[in-house]
Design a protein around this ligand. Structure first.
Ligand code: AHR
Ligand code: AHR
Length: 492
């Protein structure tokens, strides 16, 4: 089987925000405590921090998620840290909703961000907090003087913590959230929170709660009422989605048909982004409000919420979703994969061991390759059509081999997804003027394989020098190409 990828390096498209490859931490399941990010003393574990740094974390969201609407930030600063019940996730029991010892609070979060080179993104408590509490949090982080700044100095930080990005609410449209209300009520509360927070720091970058198909009237109301007061409208996308009861009870089995359907997840991500982008346009806010896809991932089984082992085939599906985000770089300014550790997690850990999943590799590859300006890529070759799977509709004409590419000065990067369940594909990369220098291939002997503590490299990425224009890609793999714009040689 043969496929061609035509990449045009001469006419770069929109700038790709580095924030498209962001991440997310929440006190849910084993993300932070009980074998997650933190050791018993509440310190970030070196091995996990190293893996996050290696992957690249341009922006990091915390403390939620749904948890944020039950979180009171003063519990997590200073020397007196109360142990609190997990107000949101506790309803599902201690596995999903571990108590919060508040060891990881604002200072610890910002320190981790600095360590990773990540932009801190804090989601305030709109559901059970007050505008005053949120404004004080902004003041505590960002003001140089005043009572909050003095408090911060007493807690060891004389300089402002410099948190620019602030989310105001989380999934407030959903009956399951703390503080759930209708769009009009949310807009009114957003206005109050935003006013108080802006008084503390007029330069904040606010993110408002947005949604998609299930509540089509939400975004128009929120954009109409407070669209001028936001930089981003949030959108959460999980596919094929936990909402289908069929998937709550059991994992999706392996097999080529399910794999094919999961490969259509990117098409569904793209449709949702375009749906929200059209609403932003209709509100007259194109170019002023951008989409923050501040939670996205695969998700179909309730136990994945606690801990997940992702497989090679999930990496192939995720590449399509990340690719869809890149394809909409003109309207999507930020995206945060949910979540970094254990919970739907890229990094899998228990109290003493850490292993990276195939999805960790995909996020690392995208962050490394898709820098600068997007390049148009045309896939030419075989396609397939898929059956409905949960919230992923039946889809036709999915390229068997697809790629996303970018140009950063003279550096060219691309990520390629080879979606065949069985058998290789010979891929011709037609990119005039580009000299490829290396290729990295993430693959496994079988697409259903995963990494676990006993087999940390069952799925692995191998990089080698490469300067050709044709390559044989094994079944169900994700590849990263690196190259440079070559000066025209004497013979060309
Ligand atoms: O990422 C897990 C949860 O999924 C988040 O807390 C919530 O916002 C979403 O429903
Ligand atoms: O309780 C978590 C919620 O359940 C998620 O936000 C939603 O996607 C699911 O229905």
């Amino acid at each position: 089987m043969l496929a061609t990828l035509r990449i045009d390096p001469q006419s770069p498209g929109p700038a790709i925000s580095p924030w498209l490859f962001g991440h997310f931490l929440e006190n849910l399941g084993a993300c932070l405590y009980r074998g997650g990010l933190l050791d018993a003393a509440g310190r970030p574990r070196d091995e996990i921090v190293r893996r996050m740094r290696e992957m690249g974390v341009p922006i990091l969201r915390w403390p939620g998620g749904l948890f944020a609407d039950g979180y009171h930030w003063r519990d997590g600063v200073g020397s007196n840290r109360p142990v609190r019940p997990n107000k949101y996730w506790g309803r599902y029991g201690p596995l999903l909703g571990p108590k919060d010892p508040n060891l990881f609070g604002t200072h610890e979060f910002v320190a981790l961000c600095r360590d990773l080179g990540a932009e801190p993104y804090i989601n305030i408590n709109l559901g059970s907090g007050t505008p005053r509490e949120a404004a004080d949090w902004v003041a505590y982080c960002n003001q140089t003087r005043g009572p909050e700044a003095e408090q911060r100095a007493r807690n060891g930080a004389t300089d402002p913590l410099g948190v620019r990005v602030w989310g105001i609410g989380n999934e407030t449209y959903g009956f399951w959230s703390i503080g759930h209300c209708d769009a009009k009520t949310y807009a009114g509360r957003y206005r109050e929170f935003h006013a108080a927070m802006s008084e503390a720091d007029a330069s904040i970058t606010p993110v408002a709660v947005g949604t998609c198909d299930l509540w089509p009237e939400w975004n128009p109301v929120v954009l109409g009422e407070v669209g001028e007061r936001m930089a981003y409208l949030a959108l959460h996308v999980y596919l094929p989605s936990m909402n289908n009861p069929l998937y709550l009870a059991r994992p999706i089995g392996g097999g080529a048909a399910n794999h094919a359907s999961l490969c259509a997840a990117g098409v569904e991500v793209a449709r949702k982004i375009r749906f929200v982008a059209a609403q932003i346009r209709d509100a007259g806010l194109a170019g002023r409000v951008r989409i923050a896809l501040d939670e996205w991932n695969l998700w179909w089984w309730v136990l994945q919420t606690y801990k997940t082992w992702w497989r090679m085939r999930d990496a192939v599906a995720l590449a399509g979703m990340a690719g869809a985000i890149v394809e909409h770089a003109e309207v999507v300014g930020m995206a945060n994969l949910a979540q970094a550790i254990n919970v739907l997690g890229l990094i899998r850990a228990d109290a003493s061991r850490v292993v990276v999943t195939p999805l960790w590799h995909v996020m690392r590859m995208f962050a490394a390759a898709l820098r600068g300006e997007r390049l148009a890529v045309t896939p030419i070759g075989p396609t397939f059509s898929t059956r409905k799977l949960g919230a992923i509709p039946p889809t036709g004409a999915i390229p068997t081999v697809e790629a996303w590419a970018a140009r950063d000065g003279d550096a060219i990067g691309a990520v390629v997804a080879q979606r065949r369940w069985h058998g290789p594909v010979r891929v011709r990369v037609d990119a005039p003027g580009v000299r490829w220098t290396s290729i990295e291939i993430l693959s496994a002997p079988h697409p259903d394989l995963r990494n676990d503590f006993a087999h940390p490299e069952a799925v692995r990425a191998l990089e080698r020098p490469w300067d050709g224009d044709e390559i044989e890609l094994p079944a169900a793999c994700v590849a990263r190409l690196a190259g440079v714009m070559a000066p025209p040689g004497p013979s060309s």
